[in-house]
Design a binder for this molecule. Structure first.
Ligand code: SF4
Length: 423
């Protein structure tokens, strides 16, 4: 039985028990939300199950992987370690350079969180040219990833050949999803229908067999805020929502990816709500969204602003954006910066979703220690304990910002009924 079938049949497995404990949610609530497709449980052998969707906290994915022009496997493996250390919930291996099969196996060996892949990337590398891609090659690679133990695979199935023909000349940035553009180029080049759509039942049988999560990709996301949320994006989420129903009927869990890329801030909340409604509240994965285009080098900050509102108003799963976005393959430090920015965004988003009490353990304790000027405890509670120590060594009691005129010190005296004007 798949996890979805277990939820439908109310079979209490170790995964459900563990998730209920980790997320402090009742097992019956988990059965209900998973069986309705509103949440998924991402599984991987010998790791903890991961809940994505309502009512779980917002989860974060970190992208790593070699590129066609930079294929240093050791660097990519170090990125995994730093991502796991700073709280990534999942890792996506987007490798397109070097021995991709071997890299994937090394990633599976070294990592402890669920791994996602986008099999059309490796398909293009193996085919070498778009012209040489075949349906058979696409599905062989999907099967290979599933066999290796990949937990979730991204498939760009939400558009047709007709959509691509009518899209011509309608957008400034065209199609910025890599997987979407490879799939689209294959379709247009050969004049064939979307390969995932054509073979969707076969695809579902494969996913069911390995109990992997189907991630319906966001091929139609916009690449700049002037390419507004358009009929192609809305058509994709409607299309993917119908496919998700078919998948659930075959026991396959689904995450829907939408509204990623660049989205004008004033449109964000409206369309997030619409996406959740159209998809019947399925788990929503959002890459970014970046609400302004003018911050290259700082896109992790721009994306975190978008992601805070995205997770607050519907997104369940965020993809961290690094400062290298649009510029180059991220360094290890870029991955860390992107992840920390995204974790702050998810934390703020969860305060919209769950309120102040949810943040009690983190924010309350930190503020308490901050007021007492207990630097060590304050840093231990923070998102990255190493960073604040670069500014304020724990051994130093006085903070150089206000020195002896510290407002917190004065407040402690004032509100401990010991008013004093002596410094
Ligand atoms: S010195 Fe100023 S900035 Fe530093 S802890 Fe006190 S009030 Fe805050």
């Amino acid at each position: 039985m798949t996890i979805l079938e277990d939820a439908l049949n109310k079979n209490i497995t170790d995964d459900f028990r563990q998730l209920a404990k980790d997320e402090k949610v009742g097992i019956n609530t988990i059965f209900k939300t998973v069986s309705k497709g509103r949440a998924v449980i991402v599984n991987r052998i010998n790791t903890k199950p991961l809940g994505i969707g309502f009512p779980f906290r917002t989860k974060i994915n970190v992208n790593i992987g070699t590129s066609a022009s930079l294929a240093n496997v050791d660097t990519e493996l170090k990125k995994i370690k730093i991502a796991e250390k700073f709280g990534a919930d999942t890792i996506s291996d987007l490798s397109m350079g070097g021995n991709i099969d071997l890299i994937r196996k090394k990633i599976l060996d070294i990592s402890t969180v669920p791994i996602t892949t986008v099999p059309i990337y490796q398909t293009l590398i193996e085919a070498k040219t778009i012209e040489d891609i075949t349906d058979e090659l696409i599905f062989n690679i999907i099967e290979k990833h599933l066999k290796d133990g990949i937990s979730s695979l991204v498939i760009h199935s939400g558009f047709t050949l007709e959509d691509l023909k009518s899209m011509k000349g309608k957008r400034m940035m065209g199609m910025v999803s890599k997987g979407g553009s490879y799939t689209a180029a294959y379709m247009v080049n050969k004049g064939v229908e979307n390969p995932f759509l054509k073979n969707f039942d076969y695809l579902l049988d494969m996913f069911n067999n390995y109990d992997a999560v189907l991630n319906l990709g966001n091929a139609m996301r916009s690449g700049c805020i002037h390419d507004k949320v358009d009929k192609f994006q809305l058509s994709e989420i409607k299309f993917n929502s119908r496919l998700a129903k078919r998948a659930n009927k075959k026991g396959v869990q689904v995450i829907i990816e939408s509204l990623g890329g660049h989205v004008l801030a004033k449109d964000l909340i409206k369309y997030l709500k619409l996406c959740k409604k159209i998809s019947n509240n399925r788990p929503l994965f959002v890459s970014g969204p970046i609400p302004t285009d003018f911050a290259p080098g700082y896109d992790h900050i721009a994306a975190a602003i978008g992601a805070a509102f995205a997770s607050g108003f519907g997104a369940d799963y965020l993809c961290a954006i690094t400062p290298a976005e649009h510029l180059c393959l991220p360094s290890i430090d870029d991955v860390k910066k992107g992840l920390i920015a995204c974790r702050i965004a998810a934390h703020v988003g969860d305060s919209f979703k769950f309120g102040l009490n949810y943040l009690f353990n983190d924010d309350y304790h930190l503020s308490n220690y901050r007021f007492k000027k207990n630097w060590q405890k304050q840093f231990e509670c923070s998102i990255d304990p190493t960073e604040p120590q670069k500014k304020h060594p724990i051994s130093e009691d006085v903070c150089s910002m206000c020195g002896k005129y510290c407002a917190l010190s004065i407040s402690q005296k004032l509100f401990n009924n010991k008013p004093s004007t002596k410094f």
